[in-house]
Design a protein. Structure first.
Ligand code: UDP
Ligand code: MG
Length: 306
């Protein structure tokens, strides 16, 4: 039995040695072989040097180094593509995903009832209140408008069986939103609650703006609600332009309005705009269905794999 641990790292020179010591202490108490794959996501500090040193001293440590910062999602994907353990874990380097939870996760997975164990923090202690508020609203919105089951408080910290890791690799999406992908591919997940832990060293890499863009990525990837809004808005505008047209005609007939030219021009603009938006929405829906079919086939392929 082999366990693979994927660790995306961006400017983690201080946290990495602490993480390494902790994870080695945990792994030494688990009866299985292991590999740790660090991904250097274009760090500008000495993260790569630390990885190189660790891997020179231990044959089970590997690293992948990106040519620039591609983001945590790309780093995780590279990790998934380059591991072959029977169990695969994704963990942050900053100790916010406590390595001490791993043995408990393995104990839950090994009997075979679950395909993955995911950590879910029960509180958001230490996080700025504005960020928590937006996060909470984001989870409410995305779960209302999308099919993917995205759990509030879920971190990317997971231990999963090979089958699930293979299914994740097969989802070759470019704009990846792992919180959605993990939920979307299905499989049986056990949620392990734990209390939020502060970063051991360094600073969070997520500015508010970066998180906001990440949330929008999630909504676009896992929901067609925005496309429907275009269709509905277009329909509304077309309807309004019809009413305006009626008003113009009635005014012309009853009042012989001398400045009808302006109103009719606006009316035509709104009408054309409405029709355009409506058909853009329709086209969007078709593209969405096409994409769904594409990934639906991939999902079947991954199920076949099991
Ligand atoms: N990370 C990464 N690339 C990035 C941003 C973050 O690989 O562009 C890594 C980072 O080194 C850490 C993990 O992703 O191991 C989580 O990042 P962070 O702790 O900044 O996020 P938070 O825990 O605050 O959500
Ligand atoms: Mg962190």
């Amino acid at each position: 039995m082999k366990i693979s641990i994927i660790v995306p790292c961006y400017n983690e020179q201080e946290a990495l040695p602490i993480f390494y010591n902790e994870i080695m202490a945990v792994l030494s108490n688990i009866d299985c072989s292991y590999e740790i794959v660090f991904i250097n996501d274009g760090s500008c500090d000495k993260t790569l040097e630390v990885m190189q040193e660790l891997s020179q001293n231990n044959n089970n440590i590997f690293y992948i180094s990106f040519s620039r910062n591609f983001g945590k999602e790309a780093a995780m994907y590279a990790g998934f593509c380059n591991t072959d353990g029977d169990y695969v874990a994704v963990m942050d380097a900053d100790m916010q995903d406590p390595p001490s939870l791993l043995p408990q996760m393995l104990d839950i997975l090994i009997p075979g009832d679950y395909d993955s164990v995911a950590a879910r923090r029960e509180d958001r202690k230490g996080e700025p209140p504005v960020r928590s508020w937006f996060a909470c609203k984001f989870y409410k919105v995305i779960n209302k408008i999308s099919d993917a089951d995205i759990v509030d408080g879920a971190r990317d910290f997971r231990l999963m069986k090979r089958d699930m890791a293979d299914a994740i690799v097969q989802m070759g999406e470019y704009n990846r939103f792992s919180k959605g992908i993990f939920g979307w591919i299905g499989f049986n997940t056990y949620w392990l609650p734990y209390n939020n832990v502060d970063r051991v060293a360094g600073k969070t890499k997520w500015s508010f703006w970066k998180l906001f863009k990440y949330a929008i990525d999630g909504i676009i990837n896992f929901s067609q609600a925005l496309l429907s809004i275009a269709s509905w808005f277009g329909t509304g505008m077309t309807f309004v332009s019809f009413i305006m047209l009626l008003v113009i005609i009635i005014r012309k007939i009853l009042l012989d309005d001398p400045v009808a030219g302006w109103t009719s021009t606006i009316c035509v603009i709104i009408f054309i705009g409405g029709i355009q938006l409506f058909f853009m929405g329709v086209m969007g829906q078709y593209i969405a269905v096409y994409c769904q079919n594409l990934y639906g086939n991939k999902k079947q392929a991954s199920l076949y794999y099991i």
